[in-house]
Design a protein around this ligand. Sequence first.
Ligand SMILES: [Zn+2]
Length: 369
Amino acid sequence: MAGEVNLVWNYCNELQMRVFERERKLLSGFDFWPYLKGSTRGDCALHLPVQAVQETAERYATNRSTHKRVRLAWRKSGGSRRSLGWVPFKVRTIKYAHGQVYFAGRWLSVWDSWGLGDYELRAGSFSEDARGRWYLNVSVRVPLAPRAAPDARSAIGIDLGLKDLAALSDGDKVAAERFYRDLQPALASAQRADKKKRVAAIHAKIANRRRDFLHKLTTALARRYAAVCVGDVDAAALVRGPHAKSVMDAGWSAMRTMLRYKCDDAGAWFVKVPEAGTTRNCSSCGAHTGPQGELGLSIREWKCSACGTHHDRDINAARNILARGLAILEQQFSAAGEAKAGEAAMNELATHVAGGVGHGPLVAGSSAL
Ligand SMILES: [Zn+2]
């Protein structure tokens, strides 16, 4: 089925390229539907349910538009650089009973660490990791805890970064490389000896440690604070080179995803804050006295020339993110009244949850098959 998903994906990619050549037009997910009609019927029909074919096309269109590209990379079903297996599904195409998931005419056994029977299963995907293990990623409906308006004391700002994974507005920092420093010698020797399985296993171990750490950190933050404000930074703007970028992206988006749902669960506000200018502004007086541009990237600490405050670059950014996040919340509250703001935020969150299933193994809520 994963091979068929790749086929559909690549078909969409090729179609998009041709249409763009001819008409300079970009296709939406719906635009693909007529072309895919009948692909699941007849002699050489795909085994995928038709909804999975549609979902693949829609996900292709979304990915293409978020990456602002005319075409995407091909998904490869074989060879050393093959794409890890991925099969998306829509709402109401899987069902769960007695420890198994029913999908596309077959029952699949799941190691269920979450008690899936208690939830209504929505859209999601099956995905494979580098070691060939398969995961079920699925969004579920959960009731939201009631929330009160936060103030500066009960809220925290988080600046996601390269040097440190995160800097917090309370002055703490979370180092990024702590997950694998002690595994690096083993990794290097396995790579030299060209032991592919061992290399994959160590990478998986690093990923598991990072995930475990992120879970603990985000749970603590969501429980402790009434509002959590996070910068909207994406790695594309900061890192060159495909590998480093994907690693940072995975960490940042995993952390935001976890914070979002854990805040829902704990009754805290989650605010994604536009990050532009948060490094440049002094969090004490607001003057634009901080480091900026390419030259400013190496400046870790600075003193504000307007008010004389000594700043750590990232902590200052986290404080600005906190102030902006609180301003965003305040706007929501004053614009619509408390009740309405709560409702709007819930609706917004509901949309995010529904559309929040990532491509590839999603850290949150995974159960190993
Ligand atoms: Zn200042």
